[in-house]
Design a protein around this ligand. Structure first.
Ligand code: PLP
Length: 390
């Protein structure tokens, strides 16, 4: 089990001194990176040259394959570039349209725009906050070539339906599973399967605040050998092994540094405990706030979902965030709908996306690092209770 510093700074909890006493030294960040001695030691050995020759990236990619069950995994620079890499591997062409959920991190549509593809924004479904297939059906045109499905915060809609939809419309399916490491989908008739492995290519991010991290980094997974070969060519200047300066194909440099892959190998060893902890944290918060009708949760089955962020939905997230900040608790607001972002709004003026607008106006991410203690979680719960009692 991982541990971090003591709980000493949390000395003035709500239940100790009364609801409105706030301590100066309280500081619970919304997210924290978490690296330990193991990563430090491995990096140090690497830099001293003591670990030369070990195939870091292959070890990291094996860990990605083992956890996700995908046949092939390739490391990449970050979860934005890896999505673009997936689109390039599928040979999408400028002007092609890609269906993208309207509630996601901006990297999802940007990964399309950067190579001249047109992200087509689709509203989300209420139950899961993932792309709504009913809305997607209305948006398909002859130019639509792919769907980028985002299992937001480790939750997904019905993946059997998503796959069937893409098949029906002859679309490539890319899963932006940046937030879904350790999360699964279990169909009515199937065993549970890791998210990111249902489509042509899936992408995972290992940026600083993900459940495990390589500081920056990503991995692509696929069960298709052809896409695997293309992803590898794109990553390494189009080299095919004929020599370092023979390039039969066009390619880039999307290679993850070995030192980051090495950090990833150590982090993967910690994934099972962190998954368990995230589930416990989510359950503790949900149960702790169950008596407050003002706080809404998205239905979450922790037997398949590892929540990345502890997300709640309330009438006035700004007021709650201000109250929590005074109590030393950092939060973050849910993603603004993509169609309201300056860089995309010109294409969507006058359009309404009611579900993504509704949840953007209500969403708040509570502290979510897996190193949060139970006492800190209880303090957060008490602070929220105090806000609604006031
Ligand atoms: C859904 C989603 N897609 C893509 C990304 C981009 O990943 P990265 O920060 O590794 O570029 C993120 C990052 O959080 C994300 O949440």
């Amino acid at each position: 089990m991982e541990t971090r510093g003591s709980f000493a700074s949390l000395c003035v909890a709500y239940n100790k001194y009364g609801d409105d006493k706030i301590t100066d030294n309280m500081n619970i960040p919304q997210m924290e990176a978490w690296f330990g001695e193991e990563e430090a030691q491995a990096v140090s050995l690497y830099l001293k040259g003591n670990l030369k020759g070990r195939p870091w990236n292959a070890e990291f990619e094996k860990a990605v394959g083992d956890v996700t069950g995908a046949s092939f995994a390739v490391s990449s620079l970050n979860g934005t570039i890896s999505l673009t890499q997936a689109l390039l591997a599928l040979s999408l062409q400028p002007g092609d349209e890609v269906l993208v959920p309207n509630s996601t991190m901006i990297a999802t549509p940007n990964s399309c725009s950067i190579i001249g593809l047109k992200p087509i924004l689709i509203d989300i479904e209420e139950e899961t906050l993932c792309l709504d297939l009913v809305q997607a059906e209305k948006a398909v045109t002859p130019r639509t070539k792919a769907m980028m499905y985002v299992p937001l915060n480790g939750r997904s809609g019905n993946m059997d339906d998503v796959v069937a939809f893409c098949k029906k419309h002859n679309l490539f399916l890319i899963e932006d599973a940046a937030q879904a490491l350790g999360s699964y989908y279990k169909g009515k008739h199937f065993f549970k399967r890791h998210l990111g492995t249902f489509g042509d290519i899936g992408s995972f991010s290992f940026s600083l605040f993900k459940i495990i991290s390589t500081t920056q980094g990503a991995a692509l997974v696929t069960n298709n050998q052809l896409w695997y070969e293309k992803i590898k060519l794109l990553k390494d200047f189009g080299r095919t092994g004929k020599g370092p300066d023979i390039h039969d194909h066009f390619g880039f440099n999307f290679k993850m540094s070995g030192i980051l892959a090495l950090i990833g190998v150590e982090q993967f060893k910690k994934l099972p405990w962190r998954m368990k902890r995230k589930k416990e944290m989510y359950t503790r918060i949900k149960e702790g706030l169950a008596a407050l009708p003002q706080v809404e949760f998205i239905k979450t089955d922790v037997s398949v979902t590892t929540p990345w962020f502890m997300d709640i939905f309330v009438d006035d997230p700004k007021a709650l965030a201000t109250h929590l900040k005074k109590a030393g608790i950092d939060t973050r607001f849910f993603y603004p709908p993509i169609h309201t972002q300056e860089i995309y709004k010109k294409d969507y003026s006058g359009r309404s996306f009611p579900v993504s607008e509704y949840y953007a106006a209500r969403g708040l991410w509570l502290p979510s690092s897996s190193q949060l203690t139970d006492e800190e979680i209880d303090y957060i719960i008490k602070a929220i209770e105090a806000f609604y009692r006031a």
